[in-house]
Design a protein around this ligand. Structure first.
Ligand code: NZQ
Ligand code: ZN
Length: 386
């Protein structure tokens, strides 16, 4: 097991009918900015319930945070923060709203002239020692943003990770019933995004980390068990509650502590979203099968473990088992209604060099758990994903 620090300060408030507890969670004298997306929280009544649960505070609303939240939109929110002397941020929405709110928390306290600089620290923490406090009300289980220290922000033609221990939410309300209104494709996205968060921290190379491996396998098996069911029966509380908690645990640092991590599928996926507007989770479902085919030697031992423990594959030689595990995984994504090839989204071979150029422009030229995945390797993976 590798050395690690583990600290997660987010207070999780899980279950039905917990929204009114916002009154205890948000400071009484706070000047609160409530941030939300394109309107689902208005349409389905969540925003009204949030407002009703916060009597006595000064409340200001900022709507219109788009999927894959954009820097200029978030800077408009920062202007509102300054104008209204806001001292607490409340995100009500999915990963995009939570991530956008985290960025606003940092940008509002950015000490320099150009908050764009927050975007260019890669997987290092941003060098800043102050941020506004924030809480979240989650309406889409997928990203784990409700219990982690990361955000992904769209800027010009790219998507940029922004990490800081200051942006762990103070609290996150996870009421599975708030997610019942999600369209099936967003639920499927949530299952696939969570699944791939786990494998980016698990399908690397063995380090004898029994807790992390067994927990990762448990989350994967849970997602396989409930994935189709929670799409078909959106108001089955127990099933949806399991999606919500598995999604959170998939990316809150627990299974990633002390083990190598990859994140190549995400880095290539981010380019596909930025260039072609494909939903985040769908880009990952496109890249994963091709990534594992190409990286079967480097990831072989963990792929065999995954094949056996997650899918029960015990027959055949090493290559046959790995092939079958990749096929099962692709079939699982497709069974949720998520297409797994670039051509399914209208992306053709002549566009692949733009993806490579995007990776190169961000310096993402040595990806993977061993930093040995070159641009040429990424090009081959993309060709296989056509
Ligand atoms: O904008 P509104 O109107 O709210 O509609 C949203 C949006 O159109 C809708 N929606 C959300 N909750 C709903 C609902 N519709 C009906 N009922 C509800 N209860 O769903 C659509 C998608 O929302 P979005 O927040 O964009 O989806 P998701 O949660 O999948 O977030 C994706 C973003 O998270 C980033 C991605 O890059 C992407 O920008 N990620 C963040 C991570 C993190 N912070 O750790 C890790 C991830 O790997 C990921 O990269
Ligand atoms: Zn993701």
């Amino acid at each position: 097991m590798l050395n690690f620090d583990y600290h997660n300060p987010t207070h999780i408030v899980f279950g039905r009918d917990r929204l009114q507890e916002l009154d205890q969670l948000v400071p009484k004298a706070a000047r609160v900015l409530i941030l939300y997306g394109s309107g689902s929280v208005k349409k389905y009544g969540t925003l009204a319930k949030v407002v009703a649960a916060l009597p006595g505070r000064t409340l200001v609303e900022f709507g219109g945070i788009e999927a894959n939240p954009r820097f200029p939109t978030l800077m408009q929110a920062v202007a509102v923060v300054r104008q209204e002397k806001i001292d607490f941020l409340l995100a009500v929405g999915g990963g995009s709203v939570m991530d956008g709110t985290k960025f606003v928390a940092l940008a509002a306290k950015f000490p320099g002239e150009k908050p764009e600089e927050l975007l260019f620290h890669g997987f290092q923490f941003v060098p800043q020692d102050e941020a506004l406090p924030l809480g979240t009300v989650v309406t889409l289980p997928a990203t784990g943003s409700e219990m982690n220290n990361g955000a992904v922000i769209s800027y010009q033609n790219g998507k940029y990770p922004v990490l800081s221990p200051l942006v762990f939410p103070r609290f996150s309300i996870l009421d599975p019933t708030l997610t019942f209104t999600l369209p099936p494709t967003q639920v499927a996205n949530g299952v696939v995004d969570s699944f791939i968060h786990v494998v980016e921290q698990y399908v690397t190379y063995p380090t004898g980390a029994l807790f992390q491996d067994r927990t990762a396998e448990g989350i994967l098996q849970s997602l396989i068990e409930i994935g189709r069911k929670t799409i078909d029966h959106p108001e089955d509380y127990e099933t949806r509650a399991n999606l919500v908690w598995n999604a959170t645990m998939a990316l809150n640092g627990l299974i990633g502590a002390g083990v190598p991590q990859d994140w190549s599928i995400h880095m290539i996926g981010h380019e596909l979203t930025a260039l072609f507007g494909i939903d985040h989770a769908k880009t990952l479902a496109i890249v994963l099968p091709a990534m594992w085919q190409r990286r079967r030697a480097e990831k072989g031992d963990k792929l065999l473990q995954y094949a056996e423990r997650v899918w029960g594959i015990r027959q055949g030689d090493r290559d046959q088992r790995i092939d079958l595990a990749i096929e099962r995984t692709r079939d699982f994504f497709e069974s949720l209604g998520i297409k797994t090839r670039l051509r399914d989204y209208g992306v053709t071979a002549d566009r692949l060099e733009e993806v490579i150029a995007g990776l190169a422009a961000k310096g993402l030229t040595a990806l993977s758990e061993r930093q040995d995945l070159t641009l040429d390797g990424c090009r081959r993976i993309l060709q296989d994903a056509l």
